[in-house]
Design a protein around this ligand. Structure first.
Ligand code: PBG
Length: 355
């Protein structure tokens, strides 16, 4: 019988019979530690890096007289900006090299209706913000969300009929919203509503309005996620939504293959770019989408992901900067071409600093 000690030298520590730690070197053709030995070599062999040109900054815009607290309490560093503040912030972001902003309006409750018709009005908050930004910072890309939730009195992304979101009726409204925003001057419309057939319908509506140059960024694989909490509080849709959820249109977190089908359909219907959302819990989806389709694939590090990092660092549990940069690299490694993140300006500043 072999005992676990058989074949091992025995002895007390410090005695001459202890195992010889200076034994002859292992014969290894490959020692991966050689390429990790110093910063210069780690820099040379690194496969992925975050660039400022990867970043899209989601911003909240509010009315001048909005009584809401401009600070989003669960998202330190994030504020709801008036149009004038937004123009200043966008000018800085553009100077930092951030290619594009994604706009989210905080609509006054008095303008919210069951059908969200405010979304289609040429003088609504989003359109005024877009016009101001295009004039002040013409080189900056503007992405407008297409979904009704900031505008509906019930906080859903579509129109409610008998307790359900009416798909085709909603799509008709989304087409009007998209054309309205495109006419105001945004270069990209981004349907985040997850209605069936909306990308194709929006493409047709844009083209019919002579807006063939406007692109569509499809939130193709958007999950019914609990990580959107801080965003819903920020735009004020949480109060409207109450205990209701969005599971009849946003994707079930248990599904992966279905995300590929969503992406395939959106591409067939004319999406120029596709997005996976949220980010970190869905890295596998980012990777599968990029690998399968080879199209521009964006990922959204959503409000809850940002809030978690901030909260953990405030509690002294994590190093915010290091963890944020690590999350960014994970998106790049998974195959993302661009990343929506509330930390975009912060990241852009760090990327500029000499090391
Ligand atoms: C609205 C929309 C949401 C987000 C972006 N667009 C919320 C939702 O679907 O309820 C979430 C973004 C975030 O959490 O940062 N259609």
């Amino acid at each position: 019988m072999l005992s676990p000690m058989d074949g091992m030298k025995q002895g007390t520590p410090g005695s001459s019979t202890e195992p010889d730690v200076h034994a002859s070197p292992l014969t290894l053709a490959r020692r991966l530690r050689r390429r990790r030995a110093a910063p210069w070599v780690r820099d040379l062999v690194r496969e992925h890096a975050l660039l400022v040109s990867d970043l899209i900054w989601p911003v909240f815009v509010r009315e001048d007289d909005d009584p809401a607290d401009p600070v989003v309490s669960t998202m330190p560093g994030v504020r709801r900006l008036t149009i004038a503040e937004l123009v200043a912030a966008a000018t800085d972001a553009h100077a930092l090299g951030i290619p594009a902003l994604a706009l989210f309006p905080v609509i006054d409750a008095s303008r919210k209706t069951p059908d969200g018709i405010e979304a289609t009005r040429p003088d609504n908050l989003v359109c005024r913000a877009v016009r101001a930004l295009r004039e002040a910072v013409p080189g900056l890309g503007l992405i407008c969300d297409v979904a009704l939730d900031p505008f509906t009195s019930h906080g859903q992304d579509g129109i409610l009929r008998d307790g359900d979101i009416a798909n085709d009726e909603t799509v008709a409204m989304l087409c009007r919203q998209a054309v309205n925003q495109a006419k105001a001057g945004c270069q990209v419309v981004a349907p985040s509503d997850m209605m069936d057939g909306r990308v194709g319908a929006i493409r047709q509506a844009l083209d019919a309005a002579g807006l063939t140059h406007v692109s569509i960024l499809a939130y193709a694989a958007k999950y019914a996620s609990a990580y959107y909490g801080p965003f819903r509080a920020a735009v004020g849709s949480a109060a409207q939504l109450g205990a209701a959820d969005k599971r009849t249109y946003q994707m079930d977190p248990g599904n992966g293959d279905e995300a590929l089908l969503e992406v395939a359909l959106d591409l067939e219907e004319g999406a120029d770019f596709v997005m996976v959302k949220p980010g970190l819990p869905y890295l596998d989806i980012v990777h599968r989408v990029k690998t399968r389709f080879g199209v521009p694939t964006f990922v959204y590090q959503v409000s809850g992901e940002y809030a978690m990092l901030k909260a953990a660092s405030a509690a002294g549990a994590l190093d915010y900067k290091a963890c944020l940069l690590e999350a960014m690299l994970s998106f790049k490694r998974a195959g993302a071409d661009a990343i929506l993140t509330y930390a975009a300006p912060e990241l852009a500043r760090w990327l500029k600093e000499p090391r």
